[in-house]
Design a protein around this ligand. Structure first.
Ligand SMILES: [Zn+2]
Ligand SMILES: [Zn+2]
Length: 433
């Protein structure tokens, strides 16, 4: 039952993701490519079997060497050779890397099923279901409250899944608004986009079936990951009692004097540790060729990520699940040595999700928390997608600066002839004025 549900969810989200990111365009482009149009090769219209007997012009008899006929047959022969040539497959789309990614996604789902306390999970699903049935309590309460525990469980994971998507698609971009341009003549401001560095940044990768399968598997693993995160918080003492699930103290002054300084300290500790480990993992994926091909190359198909959640999820499942469970491993490790702080863990986990999506968006964003320091800037990760061997830190640039791999954002100074001419005309006009 759950397996059928998972397959249905996988198929549905693949269709939705394909629609969001314009995958129907991919299908059309592929069709054109098959017709020979997109490759720049001549678009042949003659049926292939017209000169079957003379498929190879070298095999023609002396008597039939009419020049026009020879030219036409040679044309057909070339066409057949082109169509017979196997298409070159990108190395990250070959069987090995794809099998590894799929196996990693399925392995994660399997581990989530095995290493989750089923009784506790059923009790949690029942808690959420009862809470939602009672708020508000409707005429259907008596019917709803007694539904099957398996249905409650399916609802529980569905609830996390849908909330996660809604949050990533709508709430995250709205929470960190894009930087705005200077007001124009009408006083209107527009959202700034990360500048494109060269013409290749305009030609974006269209999603294919393998992309959709990775995105599907990665997002199917999300509810289990979120549940395991909650389990860690519970092992630190989180309860479902008010106020706010007992995360914050009830006295406002204690919030300012105790919680906020604690928050800053612990979030920084978790973030620095996570970024340090991820920095070396990410750098290894680039510097060890086999790791790049098998694990990470897939994520680098776009030199300019601009589809936010889509480009975030479009990552090989091994690296995606490693990165996500590394966040939990850092929290679990600190919890073991008595450095577990509930609100800080919530903020850390949320920030990681937010920033992962925002750094793959086209809009320019900068997170300063009202200080002169820039903790995050969207174009740092765009530099990584553009130059590849720089800016390995997932969110900030702290470890790149320490280890000398930081590259500040710069737009290539190679204006097109048209832009150069327009700039020259503008310069003359302003000089005349
Ligand atoms: Zn990326
Ligand atoms: Zn990379």
């Amino acid at each position: 039952m759950l397996l059928i549900g998972a397959v249905l969810v996988l198929l549905t989200q693949s269709v939705v993701m394909g629609w969001i990111s314009g995958a129907p365009g991919t299908v059309r482009a592929t069709a054109r490519r098959h017709a020979g149009a997109a490759t720049g090769r001549p678009n042949f219209h003659l049926p292939l079997d017209r000169h079957k007997r003379f498929a190879d012009p070298r095999m023609m008899s002396r008597s039939s060497k009419d020049p026009a006929m020879v030219a036409e047959i040679a044309h057909d022969f070339a066409r057949q050779a082109v169509l017979r040539r196997p298409a070159k497959r990108e190395s990250h789309l070959q069987a090995g890397p794809v099998a590894l990614a799929w196996a990693s996604g399925l392995f994660t789902l399997g581990c989530q099923a095995i290493f989750t306390d089923k009784e506790l999970l059923a009790a949690d699903a029942n808690f959420v279901w009862t809470f939602l049935c009672e708020h508000p309590r409707t005429d259907l309460y008596e019917v709803l409250i007694n539904i099957d525990p398996a249905a409650q469980l399916a609802f529980f994971f569905g609830f996390i899944y849908v909330s996660m998507y809604m949050f990533s698609l709508a709430a995250m971009p709205a929470t960190f608004p894009a930087l705005q341009s200077e007001p124009d003549a009408d006083g209107k401001r527009t959202a700034l986009q990360v500048p494109r560095r060269s013409s290749r940044d305009y030609k974006q990768h269209s999603l294919n079936t393998i992309d959709l399968s990775y995105m599907g598997l990665n997002s199917l693993c999300m509810p289990g990951l979120v549940y395991h995160f909650v389990c860690i918080l519970r092992s630190w003492g989180m309860t479902s009692d008010p106020p706010l699930f007992n995360i914050y103290p009830s006295e406002p002054m204690a919030l300012l004097t105790e919680t906020v300084p604690q928050l800053i300290g612990y979030v920084s500790l978790y973030m620095l540790t996570y970024e340090f480990i991820y920095y070396w993992w990410h750098r290894a994926m680039h510097e060890v060729p086999i790791m790049y091909k098998f694990i990470h190359k897939h994520h680098h198909q776009q030199t300019y990520p601009d589809r936010a959640l889509v480009d975030t999820l479009n990552t090989g499942c091994l690296e995606s699940q490693f990165g996500l469970y590394l966040q939990l491993a850092v929290l679990w490790g600190y919890g073991q040595v008595g450095f577990g702080c509930l609100p800080a863990a919530v903020w850390f986990f949320s920030f990681c999700g937010w920033l992962s999506v925002l750094e793959h968006d086209k809009f320019e964003r900068s997170v300063t928390f009202g200080t002169p320091l820039e903790f995050f800037r969207a174009d740092d990760h765009h530099m990584h997608h553009s130059f590849v061997k720089c800016n390995y830190c997932p969110y900030s640039t702290v470890w790149d600066r320490v280890f000398g791999t930081f590259k500040p954002f710069a737009v290539k100074a190679t204006p097109t002839p048209k832009a150069a001419a327009a700039a020259a005309v503008g310069g003359e006009a302003s000089a005349a004025a």
